[in-house]
Design a protein around this ligand. Structure first.
Ligand code: ADP
Length: 486
């Protein structure tokens, strides 16, 4: 009986295949690391062929272990914005994939901003002019890679984000992208069904090389690579998938993922969101051509601050040690960390900012610094909460996930500082689960996304606010001062 969904989770540092049953339990999993290429400072590349081979190998392992006949459908979730260029005839990559973190097109973005394009681009696409998004990476490939250019001239160029590349390989040549991934390229108007010619002209991307935009769930494609035809019925970028995995289907429902960075998305319903506070508007999901939108705020440095304390300063030996250290003192002793180690993301967007540790004294030790590092997560999230509220999307509770959310002290501090109930599912692999929910619904295993998420999401733990107002006020004031100093 086909009662499992196979999720292919193509992340930045690894690729995984996970089989979920109808109750959201992980039946089988296989994982492979992904090589990171750093050819120059600020450049980050992946080998698209390696992504495909690892994905196929992991999927085949999982399919062999549970039996391909038990897979009802496939769902794909992926690192967003990363660009792959391949040859339509050979199906081979033409260049290394340019990864979302890559900053090589910063100058192009600055020039477009100087020419006054940002307001119109933000109004149409919900995004800002930043190298993070796909369009300028596509143009860079055309300008700098002879193979990409000649394929474009010969009409053989295919461009896409990672899910698009994987569907092409799985299906044997179908060139599609889901609306959620497409909304990260700068080429899709939030209210337009397909990529827009005017935006393609602005960024110099040939529209004919782009995929067709399709739903995030429903009958999207089919693969014959597992011994029998299996439908692909769910596609979404990682943050959108996590929002689905957290069951944020009603207007205002919000999730925050704390991994290397932190990503907050609030469901904004069916009306195109407009931010006046430097948040991003994005497609959350699409079914039957109807879209649900989200507002998004990204914090660049979250768990990576803890990694830095461990690997660069040697202050801790493991990330989880921060929890006991934070609990070992009554407060941070006035120490405040602004973790702008890679600039500041939303709502500040200050690429030039650098981090500070303020308020040091001879009484400051490991515990105070570890506590200040964890406190910085709530402070950064509080800045986002203010921006979301000012954009008319005040949070009523916050659903958290990601590797760092395992830290109970941080979860409680978030509840305290935001003065909101914070909810954490026992199953924190919400990105993969979300792709499973999309695929299971798309395949008709459940009547609705809500029903699928209820069945698959599992138990949650709640953290309720218990902090004195005056303590919160003092913390926010201290954070404000440290922020103003950078
Ligand atoms: P990503 O998906 O971005 O690779 P993960 O969701 O796996 O990241 O989260 C890993 C990050 O979370 C690491 O940066 C690590 O430092 C941090 N982290 C993991 N566990 C804890 C913990 N108990 N306390 C604090 N930080 C943690």
């Amino acid at each position: 009986m086909s009662d499992h969904v196979l999720v292919l989770d193509s992340g930045t540092t690894s690729t995984r295949a996970i089989a979920f049953d109808r109750a959201g339990r992980v039946a089988e999993v296989a994982q492979a690391p992904l090589t990171q290429h750093y050819p120059q400072p600020g450049w980050v590349e992946h080998d698209a062929q390696e992504i495909w081979r690892a994905t196929l190998a992991c999927a085949q392992q999982v399919a062999a272990r549970i039996g391909a006949d038990r897979i009802a459908a496939i769902g794909i979730t992926n690192q967003r914005e990363t660009v792959v260029a391949w040859d339509r005839q050979s199906g081979e990559p033409l260049a290394r994939a340019i990864v979302w973190q890559d900053r090589r097109t910063a100058d192009v973005c600055a020039a477009l901003r100087e020419q006054g394009h940002e307001d119109a681009v933000q109004r149409r696409t919900g995004l800002l002019l930043d190298p993070y998004f796909s369009a300028t990476k596509m143009r860079w490939m055309l300008d700098h890679d002879g193979q990409v250019r000649s394929a474009a001239e010969a009409g053989r160029l295919a461009l896409g984000t990672v899910e698009s590349w994987l569907v092409w390989k799985l299906s044997g040549g179908l060139h599609v992208t889901d609306a959620a991934n497409a909304s990260r390229t700068l080429l899709l108007p939030l209210d337009g069904a397909q990529f827009d010619q005017g935006l393609c002209d602005l960024f110099g991307v040939p529209r004919g090389a782009l995929p067709q935009v399709v739903d995030t769930h429903g009958q999207v494609a089919e693969t014959a690579l597992f011994g029998r035809p299996i439908p692909i019925t769910g596609l979404a970028g990682d943050q959108q998938a996590a929002t689905v995995g957290q069951g944020c289907f009603a207007h205002g429902e919000t999730k925050a993922t704390y991994g290397t960075g932190a990503f907050v998305l609030t469901n904004m319903g069916e009306n195109v969101p407009r931010s006046s506070h430097r948040l991003l508007g994005t497609v959350l999901m699409q079914h039957g051509g109807r879209r649900t939108y989200a507002l998004e705020g990204s914090v660049f440095v979250a768990g990576s601050l803890i990694q830095w304390l461990r690997d660069s300063l040697g202050l801790i030996s493991s990330a989880s040690e921060t929890e006991a250290l934070a609990r070992s003192v009554a407060d941070s002793g006035g120490v405040t960390i602004v973790p702008a180690l890679a600039g500041l993301g939303a709502p500040h967007w200050r690429a030039d900012a650098r981090g500070v540790i303020a308020g040091l004294s001879f009484a400051s030790g490991r515990a105070q610094i570890a506590r200040a590092a964890l406190e910085a997560m709530a402070h950064q999230t509080h800045d986002l909460a203010r921006a979301f509220a000012a954009d008319g999307a005040a949070w009523k509770r916050l659903r958290i996930d990601g590797g760092m959310s395992a830290n109970d002290w941080m979860a409680q501090d978030l509840a305290d500082m935001l003065d909101l109930t914070v909810e954490r599912p026992d199953m924190v692999e919400t990105t993969a689960l979300g792709a499973g929910v999309l695929a299971a619904t798309g395949a008709g295993l459940f009547g609705s996304l809500d029903e699928a998420a209820q069945a698959m999401r599992g138990a949650v733990r709640e953290f309720t606010p218990a902090m004195d107002r005056s303590v919160r006020g003092e913390r926010l004031e201290r954070w404000g001062r440290a922020l103003a100093a950078i």
